[in-house]
Design a protein around this ligand. Sequence first.
Ligand SMILES: [Zn+2]
Length: 237
Amino acid sequence: MSKKVFIAGTELAGIGYANGISTQLAEKQEKSGPEAELSAAERQRIIKNASKHFGKFLSALGCNWEEDPNSADTPNRVAKAYVNDLWRGRYESLGKITAFPSDGYAGMVQESNIPMSSQCSHHHQSIGGKVAIAYISSSRGKVVGLSKMNRIVEQFARRGAIQEQLTVAIHNAVDKICEGNLGVAVHISATHSCVSCRGIKHQGASMQTAKITGAFFDNPETRSEFYKNIELANNLK
Ligand SMILES: [Zn+2]
């Protein structure tokens, strides 16, 4: 076998928890196996049910949404946005990510400035920023196609998260998929609407988180190469 498919082992959070898969997808996978996905009809049922309850939420807030032409379809719009975009990663699995033999390449592989859109699980406000991911492949280990790193970010960011947890989830997935790696580093820099739009209301504050393991943790030079690469990538923009 020149390539191997990885699916399992990338989930960290509890079913239905922030940054976990939905209870509906988990139920389906329990019945039909770990590769089962929700059908279009099943997703539609979730949207319909969520829409009904969001309507009640608006009514409780004193919003006469049914009479207002701008709000009449809002419960349906909001439910659709959650299932298809904002929490998309809860309703579909990471799927097949093929890892290839590194063919003797023993060194750092890094992608920086991966766009990240998420939603904080405390306030359901948007989080937006950039992710840098690096791993060190061993000469007999595995490497993945670069865009798979973007896909891993999409999968876990599109669920709702706190940034610390998202950092760990991405790190865990890369670590699992890049078999035989000698270290993984993940860095996220992001702004949070729950800081800028509510509560303290401070515009422009950003949050940096990192999870650094293996050679990146043990060797300060490897670690500083990771951060230098993020700067280099910023200079390319
Ligand atoms: Zn928040």
